[in-house]
Design a protein around this ligand. Structure first.
Ligand code: FAD
Length: 462
């Protein structure tokens, strides 16, 4: 008999899991947002806001409605937790399948990734200063939001999800659509409501099985990112630097990440070089650039009504990024992405909705400042001028929209999921999405979330 699987959340992970499992199981999908419209739940930020742009949304496709589809693995060598390292190593064999489901058209992703990395290493050797190595972020040129297969029994605009249990097993899930209540039997439940949405559902499961839910939602981590300054490359290096920083590869674009390790080796960040026209180090212009880059559709057009649009660096970004035209010159903007470990930041919920307490701690800032200094030292050897700001405040950094870490994974008593992503306290509930990413160095999380989704689908079928 086919298993009844209930998947909650139609975002990146949920959609891939549904589309895979429906080949062998009865799959019911419950999504809080509409099928073809997206909404932005109100967030009450207790401390720092994520960003001036929206960093997640609800609706069919989840945050893939907003994303740029850049694909890069989290390298196990950059991860400290042995349990998560093991999970990542296992997920690696699913990279190609996940990438193929995430609009990757070329040879298998891993073959192409290795090829591009070795080309980039050759260019890096010619430049000769990047002592912590390089990595590559690959952007398929054609992508859209993810869609759920028609065979999936998908329900949108659901609310008030409630779990029923017998012992440590969820037996059915009930929910409302409008004023009508529905219920579906479940052999397996998969929670994929994202790093901000899953903790609420996990709390509900724990309450249904009479378990305490300590630590659910704590450990929120993101990639603090910001433009921190410029570099003017020496004439003799500029031709190779142009090829090194970004390359058109036909169906996809490659952007090179310059890896930067912290002094203690625990944190790994990276810097991207993007063409600019001036050496001006101007935070409001950087913020505007980010606003323009991360917004889309009507929001992007609205943001264009600003005098800042005519700043030479913004025009350079528009030409190079939006219209894919190479900007001449030797000046590059430095976009730095820093790693954050799971700490005290958290998500929680009360009567007024979602509350987020996201912090960049003083200790993290100290580490980041040293990493900027390290990058400055690397670049000094090949530049006429380098001006990144080393004494940044948290105002220089905002969220890269890689919300992670709100569900802990491991063997400790209060860890929530095991290495199979199954809730330790419950026999048949799994969590798979950004929430279970325990560490993410500088890597965008989409490819890893997709690979974990493929790995879980295979295990659930078995
Ligand atoms: C502008 C932007 C650009 C980005 N670019 C990239 C990139 O280039 N590469 C990359 O790897 N990542 C990128 N990301 C991040 C990436 O989109 C997310 O990491 C990824 O979508 C997270 O997947 P997820 O499955 O964890 O959550 P989501 O995709 O957010 O899905 C969660 C789903 O759960 C639903 N949900 C929430 N609560 C409930 C509930 N109670 N009941 C039912 N359903 C619920 C939501 O509506 C949503 O559909 C970008 C993000 C943004 C905002």
């Amino acid at each position: 008999m086919k298993k009844n699987i209930v998947v909650i959340g139609a975002g990146l992970a949920g959609t891939l899991i549904c589309n895979e499992l429906v080949k062998e199981c009865h799959v019911t999908l419950l999504e809080v947002g509409g099928k073809n419209v997206i909404g932005y739940p109100k967030i009450n930020f207790i401390q720092k806001r994520f960003a001036n742009v929206k960093t997640f949304c609800v609706g069919g496709g989840g945050t893939t409605n907003l994303w740029h589809n850049g694909l890069i693995p989290i390298l196990p060598q950059d991860v400290i937790s042995n349990d998560f390292k093991e999970v990542l190593a296992e997920a690696e064999s699913f990279h190609d399948k996940a990438a193929a489901n995430l609009f990757w058209l070329d040879n298998p992703y891993s073959t192409e990734y290795e090829k591009v990395i070795s080309e980039t290493n050759l260019l890096a050797e010619k430049i000769g200063v990047f002592s912590d190595g390089v990595d590559c972020l690959l952007y398929p040129k054609k992508f859209s939001k993810l869609d759920v297969a028609t065979a999936v029994n998908a329900h949108y605009s659901v609310s008030d999800i409630v779990f029923s249990s017998v012992d440590k097993k969820i037996t059915s899930v009930s929910y409302y659509i409008g004023k009508k209540r529905y219920s579906v039997d479940a052999d397996v439940v998969i929670i994929s409501a994202g790093a901000l949405g899953s903790p609420l559902l996990v709390k509900k499961v724990m309450s249904a099985i009479n378990c305490s839910a300590v630590n659910v939602g704590t450990g929120l981590a993101d990639h603090p990112l910001g433009f921190i300054g410029k570099v003017k490359v020496k004439k003799s290096f500029n031709r190779v630097m142009k090829q090194f920083s970004a390359r058109d590869q036909g169906n996809y674009e490659c952007r090179t990440a310059i890896r930067v390790k912290s002094q203690c080796g625990k944190y790994t960040g990276c810097a991207f070089l993007r063409p600019a026209l001036t050496m001006e180090n101007n935070l409001p212009i950087y913020k505007f650039k980010s606003l323009l880059g991360a917004s889309s559709g009507a929001d992007r057009i609205k943001n264009m009504f600003s005098w800042k649009l005519f700043h030479p660096d913004i025009l350079a970004e528009i030409y190079s990024h939006l219209f894919r035209i190479n900007i001449p010159g030797r000046i590059y903007n430095i976009l730095f992405l820093f790693e954050q470990k799971r700490g005290k930041s958290y998500v929680t919920y009360d009567g007024s909705g979602l509350k987020v307490d996201w912090r960049i701690t003083e200790d993290e800032l100290k580490i980041y400042k040293r990493m900027i200094q390290k990058l400055n030292n690397m670049l000094a050897g090949i530049a006429d001028e380098v001006n990144p700001k080393t004494d940044i405040t948290e105002d220089w950094l905002w969220s890269a929209a890689h919300h992670s870490g709100t569900i802990s994974l491991g063997k400790k008593e209060d860890d929530l999921v095991d290495k199979d992503l199954k809730l330790n306290a419950c026999d048949n509930v799994f969590v798979c999405d950004g929430s279970v990413i325990q560490e993410h160095s500088y890597a965008n999380t989409g490819l890893t979330i997709g690979s974990l989704a493929m790995r879980l689908a295979e295990r659930v079928c078995r």
